[in-house]
Write a protein that binds this ligand. Structure first.
Ligand code: SF4
Ligand code: MG
Length: 313
């Protein structure tokens, strides 16, 4: 609810605050138990920061995160430690997120150790079980990350996240660093695991094609704000926000009879340290009106489940 994360920019010889980057600027949405909510946007739109702020891997500047009725931003460190069992993160880069000096067994059992779960023997068994669950084998346990391909490493990252039986997984571009041929394998695995363990996903991606199959609902972010949020079908079939339309028109359509006009956006994404006034998309919007340059559109429902922040609606 109204989540904000502002980063200070410091400068000069005294390191004084000279500005701020509004990485996440007043973002509100619900994540329902058992769903996969895709969050999409270009780099720098605040999607990863949103994911990390939910887990308090970075502290939100303002706003609240209600998980099972509890405000995550207000709990004690001790309580937060307990909550982290329920909320785990899968990272974008399976090369950087696994310690190269640790065996797979050590990597996967680390969360168990941190939370004081099981005996050494039980943890060993759990690691083997998890390796099978993600499509690897128990004989991989004694190996090191560099002995695996990118896809296998992401499987290890997923096994580590699942070790403590979480309810919510925040997946930060889990397939972006992988070859296209491997991406669908990992997406299929994640879908299976979601059903098998009754998980809920916040699934962050930088383009709409990746989250299309896996998501129940999809949210689109631009410059720190959520600009549209809808069920998958509504968002892909009847996008409302001009930015969503532009993103969708860039997704290749396999059907040659399907005519879609490519919307080319003018200019680059403005700097988040100096975002445009009014609607932050107005500098690139093909449908910009006078009001857009001064007044920030509110994020509101157009139908029951379709939210948009745009003066056209
Ligand atoms: Fe475009 Fe105006 Fe809508 Fe912003 S509010 S997306 S500038 S039409
Ligand atoms: Mg990111």
């Amino acid at each position: 609810k109204k989540l904000k994360k502002y980063f200070e920019i410091k400068g000069g010889i005294f390191g004084k605050k000279v500005g701020e980057v509004k990485a996440v600027d007043d973002v509100s949405f619900k994540l329902y138990e058992g769903e996969i909510l895709g969050i999409v946007g270009e780099s720098g739109c605040g999607k990863s920061t949103t994911g990390k702020a939910i887990l308090r891997l970075i502290e939100p500047t303002e706003g609240s995160v209600i998980f099972n009725g509890q405000d995550v931003t207000k709990v004690s460190d001790e309580e937060m430690r307990r909550l982290r069992r329920d909320m785990q993160m899968i990272f974008q880069d399976p090369y950087a997120s696994l310690n190269p000096r640790h065996t797979v067994e050590k990597i996967i059992s680390e969360p168990l150790l941190v939370h004081g779960i099981g005996t050494t023997k039980e943890r060993k068994e759990k690691v083997c079980e998890l390796l099978e669950v993600v499509g690897l084998s128990s004989y991989h346990a004694s190996r090191y990350p560099h002995q695996f391909s990118g896809g296998q490493r992401q499987r290890i990252g997923i096994a580590r996240a699942l070790a403590v039986n979480p309810k919510l997984l925040i997946c930060d571009e889990p397939v972006s660093a992988l070859d296209v041929s491997v991406q669908s394998q990992i997406l299929n695995l994640m879908e299976d695991l979601k059903n098998k363990f009754q998980l809920t996903y916040l699934f962050i991606a930088h383009d709409l094609s990746v989250v299309k199959h896996i998501s129940d609902r999809v949210g689109v972010m631009y410059l720190g704000r959520m600009v549209e949020l809808a069920t998958k079908n509504d968002l892909y079939d009847e996008p409302l926000h001009p930015y969503t339309k532009a993103l969708l028109s860039a997704v290749p359509v396999p059907d040659p009879d399907h005519k879609s006009e490519r919307v080319i956006l003018q200019g680059d994404v403005p700097s988040p340290s100096n975002p445009p006034a009014g609607c932050t998309f107005h500098t690139r919007c093909p449908e910009c009106m006078e009001i857009c340059k001064t007044e920030r559109p509110t994020f509101q429902p157009v139908t029951d489940h379709h939210f948009v922040a745009c003066h056209l609606y």
